[in-house]
Write a protein that binds this ligand. Structure first.
Ligand SMILES: Cc1cc2nc3c(=O)[nH]c(=O)nc-3n(C[C@H](O)[C@H](O)[C@H](O)COP(=O)(O)O)c2cc1C
Length: 174
């Protein structure tokens, strides 16, 4: 049985991004009959920004890096901050070994207020995982405020877009 891991770049809760990543990961894990785990930057804790290497890293951060390195497929979501993924999310991946994701399927997703920043998916998110020589799947999800209902539950429309994107991840992961 494989494992799919979700990483969400939010650093406060409740979070639309975390909820969306959970929904994406649940859908893919169900189709693949795999195990799943989701982490966000709240799980990493306040020491993340001050942690500059794996040595002496706090256990709550190290377990996230270990989960990323050992997963069979990865979903990475971020709230859009200043037209990009969050800086702390980049920091989490900056510390990873450059071969840590080689050949692994990765799906990227973002939540935002503005539709005009959607190109961050193709201009910034995909290139980050292309650097790692991961297999960045063709599907992606970009969601706005109106795609969420009460308690950050994805609307039916967003769930349909998630299903389409998840199909590309599942095909790459099989
Ligand atoms: C510091 C900050 C910067 C933001 N910058 C942008 C931005 O450049 N473009 C945009 O569309 N939304 C921007 N937003 C809005 C968030 O992307 C949006 O509210 C997101 O869905 C929040 O996700 P979360 O609920 O997971 O925290 C920004 C929000 C914050 C707090």
């Amino acid at each position: 049985m494989g494992t799919i891991v979700g990483i969400s770049g939010n650093f406060s809760r409740p979070s639309k991004t975390r909820r969306m990543v959970e929904v994406i990961v649940e859908a893919a894990a169900t189709e693949l009959a795999w195990e799943s785990r989701v982490f966000d930057l709240v799980d990493a804790g306040p020491a993340l920004g001050a942690t500059l290497g794996r040595k002496h890293a706090p256990p709550e951060i190290d377990r996230i890096w270990t989960a990323i390195e050992t997963c069979d497929a990865l979903v990475v979501g971020s709230p859009v901050y200043k037209a990009s993924y969050t800086g702390l999310l980049k920091h989490l991946f900056d510390i990873l070994d450059m071969n840590a994701l080689r050949g692994r399927p990765v799906l990227v997703a973002a939540t935002a207020k503005a539709s005009s920043h959607e190109l961050m998916i193709d201009h910034q998110f995909r290139p980050l995982f292309a650097f790692f020589r991961a297999v960045v799947v063709s599907g992606s999800v970009y969601a706005l405020e109106q795609d969420f209902g009460p308690e950050n539950e994805p609307t039916e429309g967003l769930r349909q877009r998630v299903a389409t994107a998840v199909g590309t991840l599942v095909a790459a992961a099989r």
